[in-house]
Write a protein that binds this ligand. Structure first.
Ligand code: FAD
Length: 321
């Protein structure tokens, strides 16, 4: 029998997050002829109606209003609980984003439903959904099956295919009761603007303590600009004050899964690998041939990053012209 799957879609900077498109595509596959529905907290649901429909959802619940203009845990969790009680989905999917990982456990706890976070795979085996997620900082994978009730799963970005094929979704305004709000967002101040979002970037150029200064990040930024990628960092570089902590990748930073990860002057500590070892292709540039990063790298360049990175940038610029 087909499943009813609800997808929490997220809008960022006027666009749907790519992981929301991954979630919709996955929902379509898993629904097995059932229903795919999406929910979007947005004043502009009509702008996303076609795209959400093309990626698999037949219905789009729009939640709009002052209480939902910016994310707050009480407002989002309260609204989602009310929607889920009404819709009764078998599965709820969301991106493992800042919002997804904050709201999913709150909703799951209030509704007493299953929760599985940071999934890197979902398969159907014998009619059951088998969720895969990394554990022990990515050293092992856990497979989980929920035999009863609804399950809320958050998905790690860049791990699922995106496909189109449907028509436009029908918008259904959903007007939840505004819950008691313990926090109110007065203003959102952006730290960085115009850069590629690290958690969804397909190409990441990352710098470690080997870049030696904030100025040392410039060659990496140039390479990222040529390749259309984002700049990341190790905690070593953040702790040394070379860059902002928002760039930190690893166990206590962001977990990324780009197609290409270029690690420059990063030794490859286990806590750093926890955040990037699932990248599809890893290139390491380090002047120490014994650096542990070479054990996980697909391509290793032993050399001074200040010589290698500009050469790489020049060659990429020529190749992409
Ligand atoms: P280093 O280990 O100092 O390595 C610098 C590298 O640069 C060396 O390999 C050196 O050979 C190379 N180098 C130097 N100059 C050049 C040059 N000119 N050209 C090329 N190569 C050069 N770390 C993280 O990254 N992310 C985390 O989330 C994280 N969480 C942590 C959580 C805990 C609880 C703990 C205890 C630690 C955590 N760490 C984390 C820290 C981690 O253990 C390492 O200390 C850190 O990753 C080291 O950063 P690094 O590789 O930049 O620096």
């Amino acid at each position: 029998m087909g499943k009813r799957i609800l997808v929490l879609a997220e809008e960022k900077d006027g666009k749907l997050r790519n992981v929301s498109l991954e979630a919709l595509t996955l929902a379509k596959q898993l629904s097995d002829g059932g229903e795919v529905q999406a929910v979007l907290f947005s004043e502009q649901a009509a702008a996303f109606q076609a795209q959400i429909g093309q990626h698999g959802a037949g219905l789009l619940f729009q939640i709009a209003g002052e209480a939902w203009k910016s994310y707050t845990p009480d407002a989002y969790a309260g609204a989602l609980v009310q929607l889920i009680e009404q819709v009764q989905p078998d599965v709820i999917l969301a991106g493992h984003t800042a919002i997804g990982k904050d709201v999913a456990p709150r909703v799951a706890a209030r509704l007493q439903i299953g929760l599985i976070s940071d999934c890197t795979g979902v398969d159907v085996q014998g009619g059951e959904l088998v969720f895969t997620r990394p554990i022990y900082a990515g050293k092992a994978f856990q497979k989980k099956v929920f035999r009863e009730g609804t399950v809320f799963a958050t998905l790690r970005a860049n791990n699922f295919a995106v496909a189109e094929g449907g028509g436009a979704a029908k918008i259904v305004p959903f007007e939840p009761t505004v819950p008691d709000l313990r926090t109110i967002v007065r203003e959102v101040v952006r730290k960085t603007a115009g850069t590629v979002d690290l958690s969804e970037a397909k190409i990441i150029i990352s710098g470690g303590r080997g870049v030696k200064s904030a100025e040392g990040f410039r060659p990496l930024e140039e390479l990222a600009a040529v390749l259309g990628g984002a700049v990341g960092a190790s905690r070593g570089a953040c702790d040394a004050g070379y860059c902002d902590y928002s760039l930190q990748i690893g166990q206590t930073g962001k977990v990324v899964t780009p197609d290409l990860y270029i690690a420059c002057g990063i030794s490859g500590a286990i806590q750093h690998l926890a955040g990037m070892s699932n990248a599809k292709v890893i290139v390491a540039i380090n002047k120490d041939p014994e650096a542990p990063i070479f054990q996980v790298a697909d391509y290793g360049i032993v050399g001074d990053l200040f010589e290698v990175v500009p050469l790489l940038t020049e060659e990429c610029r020529k190749a992409l012209q």
